[in-house]
Design a protein around this ligand. Structure first.
Ligand SMILES: Cc1cc2nc3c(=O)[nH]c(=O)nc-3n(C[C@H](O)[C@H](O)[C@H](O)COP(=O)(O)OP(=O)(O)OC[C@H]3O[C@@H](n4cnc5c(N)ncnc54)[C@H](O)[C@@H]3O)c2cc1C
Length: 399
């Protein structure tokens, strides 16, 4: 049975066991895991499901480099591997496709010293990229598996093929999660519900329209806005605990095989998707005027993508998109129970890797809510981020 603490819940209000703020990939996975654990769940979403970064285009599932192995990299490896079965389960339950495929990734090598480093990484991967009887490689080759993918001119010193990476369609993925949640008992998603602040003492979420919703436990999964909600709990200002990094991406449609590997070069991704779609990205902008407009920076990304994958010139550019990635102060995801408020958990800061790990993060967050001892990579813990913020001058004061 779930063990959410029912003390101090406000009377006369709807009081889900687990209230989740935000319906991106983090919040929806938190909802699925909480419902699986037997909790009643309410998701409050300011706008609509997928209104934030999760409603974007790219959907690359890529591992960290295999060198200097640590708990964070091991966690991500395990998540990238377990995702396959999770997606199969969600697709079976919903009858919908998330557009998932483990295609691998190609990394063009521009110079001999890049090749030498890649050969070392190949050895690192041989040692580290093995889990649950599965092995993945980081192999250095002279050419890619398919002519022109990437263009020969882009890889004068060869190319790496990693067999671990893959892709998922961000929007289809959210659609599948939503459909699965619709079929689960005691789960509700409320769109257009803007949470203004959280009062952990009375276990109440205060809404911008004046409404109040009680909870047994709250999971803050509001993307970049989580930092504001977090700071309202007692650490000021929000920018000390995390920031928003704008990213722009574009979507093409043409005669592009969805089985082709991702091409990744110098921060530029070319990600084939199902049905001839191919996403390219992304910018990384720490300062910006408009979080959702696209501009010449995206034109530069598209020009780089054309150089990497000339076939894109024959495809149609069907969408330009921009959004904000949540980056926590410690750079890693900020996950788990708040050290000062036992009924508050955080689930944000996935930055550029959320799609591959959200399900495992949610499993840990919900396990912790249920009273289990969970093993988070140390750099993911809320305490670690608070310490980073204090180290940079934030004053920690509890109301
Ligand atoms: C251009 C670009 C490319 C990217 N490419 C990749 C990639 O290839 N692979 C990858 O893994 N990741 C990628 N990312 C990162 C990834 O998109 C994010 O890390 C992830 O989507 C964050 O998910 P989230 O659920 O934490 O936040 P979001 O998706 O932003 O969801 C937060 C939700 O909370 C809602 N909300 C906010 N405030 C409130 C409030 N006060 N009350 C109620 N609801 C609220 C928002 O409306 C939103 O729907 C990319 C990001 C960008 C911008």
């Amino acid at each position: 049975m779930p063990t959410v603490d029912s003390r101090a819940r406000p009377a006369g209000q709807p009081t889900p066991d687990v209230l989740i703020v935000g319906a991106g990939v983090m919040g929806l996975w938190a909802a699925v895991m909480a419902a699986r654990a037997g909790h009643s769940v309410l998701v409050l979403e300011r706008d609509r499901v997928g209104a934030g970064a999760s409603g974007g285009l790219l959907g690359a599932l890529m591992p960290h480099q295999p060198d200097r192995w640590n708990a964070k990299k091991q966690f991500q490896l395990q998540a990238l591997v377990s995702l396959e079965a999770e997606i199969a389960g969600l697709e079976a339950a919903s009858g919908l496709s998330a557009g998932y495929r483990r295609t691998g990734r190609l990394i063009p090598l521009a110079a001999d010293h890049h090749r030498a480093r890649a050969l070392k990484h190949a050895q690192d991967a041989a040692a580290a990229w093995a889990i649950d009887g599965k092995r993945f490689s980081f192999a250095v080759r002279d050419t890619g598996p398919v002519q022109g993918w990437p263009a020969a001119a882009a890889m004068p010193a060869g190319v790496v093929f990693d067999s671990l990476s893959g892709h998922i369609s961000p929007r289809r993925y959210l659609h599948v999660l939503r459909a699965v949640l619709a079929g689960m008992p005691r789960v509700d998603i409320r769109e257009g519900a803007n949470v203004d602040s959280i009062d952990p003492a009375t276990r109440t979420a205060l809404l911008a329209d004046g409404g109040r919703i009680g909870f047994g436990h709250v999971v803050l999964a509001a993307g970049v806005s989580t930092f504001d909600l977090f700071s309202s709990l007692g650490l000021a200002p929000a920018r000390m605990i995390g920031t928003a990094v704008k990213g722009q991406a574009a979507l093409f449609r043409g005669d592009i095989d969805p089985g082709l590997p991702i091409v990744f070069d110098g921060g530029i991704f070319v990600v084939p998707h199902e049905d001839g779609y191919c996403a390219v990205g992304s910018t990384s902008e720490d300062s910006f005027d408009d979080p959702i407009s696209t501009d010449s920076l995206l034109n530069d990304v598209v020009a780089s993508a054309y150089r990497l994958a000339p076939v894109l010139r024959t495809a149609t550019l069907v969408e330009r998109w921009a959004g904000l990635r949540p980056k926590a102060i410690g750079r890693d995801p900020m996950i788990g129970r708040h050290p000062d408020f036992t009924a508050v958990s955080l689930m944000t800061g996935g930055f550029k890797i959320s799609f591959g790990i959200a399900h495992e993060l949610a499993r840990l967050v919900v396990g912790e809510i249920g009273g289990s001892q969970v093993e988070l990579p140390p750099s993911f813990k809320v305490e670690a981020h608070l310490n980073s913020a204090c180290g940079k001058g934030a004053e920690r004061h509890i109301h």
